[in-house]
Write a protein that binds this ligand. Sequence first.
Ligand SMILES: *Cc1c(COP(=O)(O)O)cnc(C)c1O
Length: 379
Amino acid sequence: MSKKPIYMSSIHQGGTENYYIQQALTDNALSTGGENVNQFENQLQGYLGNQCHVAALSSGTAAIHLGLILLGVQAGDEVICQSMTFSASANPILYQGATPVFIDSEDETWNLCPIALEKAIIDRIAKGKKPKVIIAVHLYGVPYQIEAIHAIANQYSIPVLEDSAEALGSSYKDQKCGTFGDIGILSFNGNKIITTSGGGALIAKSEEIKNKTIFYATQSKDNAPHYQHSYVGYNYKMSNICAAVGQGQMEVLEQHILSRRAIHDFYLELFDAIPDVKVYQVPNEDFYANCWLTVIIIQPNENKGFSNEGLQYFLEKENIEARPLWKPLHLQPVFEKYPYYGGKVAENLFNQGLCLPSGSNLTNEEKDRIYTVIKEYFK
Ligand SMILES: *Cc1c(COP(=O)(O)O)cnc(C)c1O
């Protein structure tokens, strides 16, 4: 009989989701928008602070798409994007008919490399086109080099779209991720730190931008007695039932973060004694990670034969899920024809990295199983 599966990041209910769903059902509020959406948005605004204005949407991808539209990205424009990320960070660039320009990672946070970023901006300007937007990602919940990246963005007056899909609850110098960019986005997909069963949010700096987001997200209906449209519209608003799930999830967000951070500590201790493995960590105390996923790098060591693929396979045999890191977008068939600036940092991370089970609902028994199998592999 095969062992019970251990997943990398599984759905973790808090317990009160059902209460809010019942409320929506009782109110017959089964649509996009509604009281549960308003309350969920308020919860997020309160949590993120920094006077942000949140519009709940149907997905993180939809939020990135509307973010690009709000920042004025049109066909033929160029948009800079971190290469080491999930494809959803960059797909909306193509929805707009714009061109992605990919940037390598740096060694510390594995996010946008400031040196490659500046080189790219200078070179794109010299080639005749100033990039319209910079998409910066907090990979696996680790904040990017906020000060260096925003200094460059300011110097060249290019707005930042902050992809915080993996980083709800992470912060830099006590300011929450999602509130640094000109526009921020969140995802509440099933695998993220909290779920709405599918959903996302756009974080704006003003009520005006929030309202504009909702305008585009609800088919761009002009203020008229009949259906009148002056702009292309989208159907991107969050469903009220999904927001009800989110309300319950917000009540356990802080607990989920603490659990995931405890799992991160468990791995730090486990790998402390294994010299060939490095655990992905924040560079210093200014950075606070939600530890959405714990990721390791296995230094290639031909004598011992250890590798990320080897460990993944070894865990898989015990029904424990582990996965490689995001494959850099400049190496993806759909994106490989677009410009890329940098070296091989992201590529090496992909070749050597592995994401380990990090769910907030991992039991001690499951941790014991993981511990034993990993120790066995590196014996
Ligand atoms: C999950 C994710 C997204 C997309 O969010 P969805 O809600 O799944 O559309 C975007 N960017 C990153 C980095 C993600 O991890």
